[in-house]
Write a protein that binds this ligand. Structure first.
Ligand code: NAD
Length: 235
């Protein structure tokens, strides 16, 4: 039985991925700032803190074995006019969305190279397709994540490790609902549905299905790819 770690696994897309991978038969541990109290393998970890990651993963290895699947879904966003964006705000967004992935990948690599097999999926964002006003830090971090994905794919392929990114667009999660409440979406979710080719909002399960495929044996020849899951909003 393979063991996966999902960051941001307590909410929204990350939670959908946890549920799907468990249904697929994997052992799954989650690293999240606000872990679920009901989940026996949920660890309270800030992905910007390598010591916290290392401590949690030591426990995961003891209980569930070597970690050969990693899905990075932890993320935060910030809507702020660039004129007013402070460097501290910029730094925190880059820290969580990009540096967090640096830390988790480095932490699991020894397990994957020892197994000569691994799967890494990075959840980026559809905003990287075209940019997004008032989200410069977030788009910069997520674009960096796409670039990191491509470079790691080339470097880690010889070790049997694939690295892909899934940029979601318009997925019904607490993050999206918060943005709607604050009127940051440029319209309601219902209005956006009318502008979405498949005429619905996305679900965490849509992203989870893509992850499930990308971590499967069948996807062993797919690496360095950016697989948009966005209902056709970005092509
Ligand atoms: N919902 C969308 O439409 C959408 C679109 C594009 C990209 N995304 C990306 O998908 C991912 C999941 O988003 P979501 O919509 O499910 O959001 P969400 O807010 O529902 O979930 C994000 C999770 O990440 C955790 N988290 C935040 N900072 C963390 C940290 N420093 N360390 C550990 N955990 C941390 C949160 O506690 C939360 O459980 C994010 O990376 C987000 O940027 C979402």
């Amino acid at each position: 039985m393979k063991t996966a770690v999902v960051t941001g696994g307590a909410s929204g897309i990350g939670l959908g991925i946890v549920e799907r991978l468990r249904a697929d038969g994997l052992n799954v541990a989650t690293l999240d700032l606000n872990p679920s109290a009901e989940d026996d393998f949920a660890y309270q970890v800030d992905v910007t803190k390598p010591d916290e990651i290392a401590e949690a993963l030591t426990d995961v290895r003891t209980k569930l074995g070597p970690i050969t699947v990693l899905v990075n879904a932890a993320g935060i966003e910030k809507y702020r006019r660039f004129h007013n964006l402070t460097f501290e705000e910029w730094q925190r967004i880059i820290d969580v969305n990009l540096h967090g992935v640096f830390h988790t990948v480095q932490a699991v690599l020894p397990d994957m190279t020892a197994a000569n097999w691994g799967r890494i999926v990075n959840i980026s964002s559809s905003s990287t397709h075209s940019g997004q006003p008032f989200m410069a830090a977030y788009v910069a971090a997520k674009s960096g994540l796409n670039g990191l994905t491509k470079s790691l794919a080339l470097e880690l392929g010889p070790y049997g490790i694939t690295v892909n990114a899934v940029p979601p667009g318009f997925i019904d999660t607490p993050m999206l609902r918060r943005s709607e409440e604050k009127q940051l979406l440029g319209g309601t979710i219902e209005e956006h549905i009318q502008r979405t080719p498949v005429r619905r909002v996305g679900r965490p399960a849509d992203i989870a299905a893509a992850c499930s495929f990308l971590i499967s044996e069948d996807a062993g020849y797919i690496t360095g790819q950016i697989l948009g899951v966005n209902g056709g909003r970005n092509t």
